[in-house]
Design a protein around this ligand. Structure first.
Ligand code: GLN
Length: 211
């Protein structure tokens, strides 16, 4: 097989790299790919032209207001929103989940968003006591073993539309991971857990959309 064919088989995965913990996602993607044997090309995305040949994209955690403003400055908001709504597999973590949500609490009125997933979220919803915490989550789509999840001033998902599948909840019933077809959202940070299963799940989602 020619090297060109080998290249074409690879999944091209972008991580929006305007602000936040995009480096950790790039690393986690490469580790998950190495573990599962899925061939990928993972790259940091800062320019609209880089969206062209992507098979999937991750919107990382950070500060949703800052990422939103930078998306506008870099001319990325409209082309990215269009790609996401046309079916590009997209995973938002924490701030990235807020950017993906169709509805957010008042804190984001007037902020640039991608507004594509049928969920409503509330920013910084855990209050000062539990603003940041870690916990073992049951995530049935990842298998039996619990997933150790880091919540870092995360949002909660307060409402989900009829097409949205809940992937994980806290013990008190709060929804913290969701999927709606080609869209994936987590209120926590799987890229820092050292467990490749969520990145692997996203790569398989990308594969299933591509094939
Ligand atoms: N509190 C941040 C926001 O509202 C999200 C925090 C995070 O991504 N870790 O955008």
């Amino acid at each position: 097989m020619s090297s060109e064919n080998t290249y074409n088989r690879k999944l091209h995965i972008g991580v929006l790299a305007l602000q936040g913990d995009f480096e950790a996602h790039l690393k986690a993607l490469r580790e998950a790919a190495a573990t599962s044997g899925i061939e990928i090309e993972a790259k940091a995305i800062r320019l609209p032209t880089q969206l062209e040949d992507l098979d999937g994209i991750i919107i990382p955690g950070g500060e949703s207001t800052t990422i939103g403003k930078l998306m506008v400055m870099y001319g990325l908001q409209e082309p990215l929103k269009q790609k996401v709504q046309e079916g590009l597999p997209t995973w938002g973590t924490c701030a990235g989940l807020i950017l993906l949500a169709k509805e957010t609490d008042n804190g984001l009125i007037g902020q640039p968003l991608l507004a594509s997933m049928d969920i409503s979220v509330r920013r910084n919803a855990f209050g000062s006591q539990r603003e940041s915490f870690e916990t073992d989550l049951s995530v049935p789509v990842l298998g039996k073993a619990p997933f150790h999840a880091f919540f870092i001033r995360g949002p909660v998902i307060e409402g989900v539309g009829p097409e949205v599948e809940t992937l994980a909840k806290l013990d008190d019933g709060t929804i913290v991971a969701v999927r709606e077809g080609h869209l994936l959202g987590t209120a926590f940070h799987p890229e820092v857990s050292g467990d490749p299963r969520f990145h692997d799940y996203f790569l398989r989602l990308v594969q299933s959309v591509k094939s």
